[in-house]
Design a protein around this ligand. Structure first.
Ligand code: ZN
Length: 397
């Protein structure tokens, strides 16, 4: 008696395999979603395959989010600029724990519906542990430390973060600095010592011009921002260089790094980071950048430096949705010269590598279980590939 073949064969007009857009191919996978192989047009009979018009691609990786801020959705106005935004976030932190929990669950479900299979998540608290423990999404948590440049209080702040770090138990995690303008040299030292060599760290980087100004000559709004909490900045000495050089001076290049936002990053800064640590990834959150500051990074500089770009949604505080497909649409809308397959690689394989999840996620290689997504509203026109602005994700597995 013949054993029925449990594998599924899907063919589509386009299959994005993690690096390239293939035409007329078929994808073979088993009932668990494990990739068996990709077949070219002459290797399969169309009658043996299910045809899905449009595009098939691996599950998306959201390289940067803040699940624990999900309850602030719609509460902070768009277009205020980063510093007023941060002030609003601080003021909205204390709300009913049940409301926080409901919002975290809903945000996790939204990401899953949107085809996200893995996420890098910034956490200051323990709130997201229950969801991360049972979600189908695999999370890497960056437990985020800051002391608002108060060296004398670094130890006290650090103890709190250490407790949160311990509470995450076996969940993938690291202790990560928040941003150059909020982490003192003393706290940086402690973070460096706390992480084992194989850790992956994240830092918010050059999100607004005030951040570079602080380090260049002490100007910009961040001194006032920190003094507004009753802290002194009298001890702060500008370095005369963009903020990322301060971060590099206090981080260990042995750690894989995610630099997040990079909106004001100069091409020379990108090159310096890659010379310092080739295992650096550059996460862009285009819709959050538009929400907060209404500007985007200069992607061509990253492409010219062969830097690995990833995509993130940031939190619902600074975004309308938690959808990597929406981030892809925004990049293509504002920077139409970037090849579509490159932006999909940002959304899939680069994000998987950045989070250390490339063994199972990010591409259709045999043995991986990256999730399989179908985007119907994708076509090839004489002037190139078109991702329709109304395109939606359908999860195949
Ligand atoms: Zn963030």
């Amino acid at each position: 008696m013949a054993i029925p073949n449990p594998n599924r064969i899907l063919c589509s007009d386009h299959i994005f395999d993690g690096r390239n857009l293939l035409e007329g191919h078929a994808l073979v996978f088993d009932t668990q979603g494990q990739i068996i192989e990709l077949l070219s047009g002459d290797q399969f009979q169309k009658s043996d395959a299910e045809y899905l018009p449009g595009l098939i691609c691996p599950g998306f990786v959201n390289a940067h989010g803040h699940l624990e801020l999900s309850h602030m959705k719609g509460r902070v106005n768009a277009g205020t600029g980063l510093i007023p935004f941060l002030k609003a976030v601080v003021s909205l932190r204390e709300v009913d724990p049940a409301e926080i929990e409901r919002a975290i669950i809903a945000a996790d479900e939204e990401m899953w519906r949107e085809g996200i299979v893995a996420a890098g998540d910034i956490s200051n608290k323990r709130d997201t542990i229950p969801v991360k423990s049972k979600s189908p999404i695999r999370y890497f948590t960056f437990i985020e430390a800051f002391d608002l440049w108060q060296d004398t209080m670094a130890e006290t702040f650090y103890k709190g973060y250490q407790e949160v770090y311990e509470a995450y138990g076996d969940l993938p995690k690291s202790l990560s600095p928040h941003a150059p303008y909020s982490v003192s040299p003393t706290l940086f030292e402690k973070i460096k010592m706390a992480n084992p060599q194989a850790s992956i760290l994240s830092i918010h980087n050059q999100e607004v011009s005030d951040e570079n100004l602080l380090f260049l000559d002490g100007s910009g709004g961040f001194k006032d921002f920190i003094q507004g909490f009753g802290f002194s900045m009298d001890h702060f000495k500008p370095t005369g260089r963009n903020s990322v050089y301060y971060a590099m001076a206090h981080l260990e290049p042995k750690h894989q790094m995610l630099f997040v936002h990079n909106t004001l990053m100069a091409r020379e800064d990108i090159r310096s980071v890659l010379n310092w640590n080739p295992r650096s990834y550059f996460v862009s959150c285009p819709n959050a950048n538009l929400y907060i500051e209404n500007r985007l990074p200069r992607y061509e500089d990253f492409r010219n430096e062969k830097a690995k770009v990833c995509l993130g949604t940031d939190s619902l505080t600074s975004n309308w949705r938690l959808s990597i497909l929406e981030e892809i649409k925004t990049v293509l809308k504002y920077q139409a010269s970037i090849p579509v397959e490159e932006v999909f690689q940002w959304a899939c394989l680069n994000g998987a590598e950045a989070l250390g999840m490339e063994a199972w996620a990010g591409s259709f290689e045999p043995g991986k279980k990256p999730g399989i997504l179908w985007i119907q509203e994708f076509s090839k026109q004489p002037n190139g590939f078109i991702l329709d602005s109304k395109a939606q994700v359908k999860r195949i597995i």
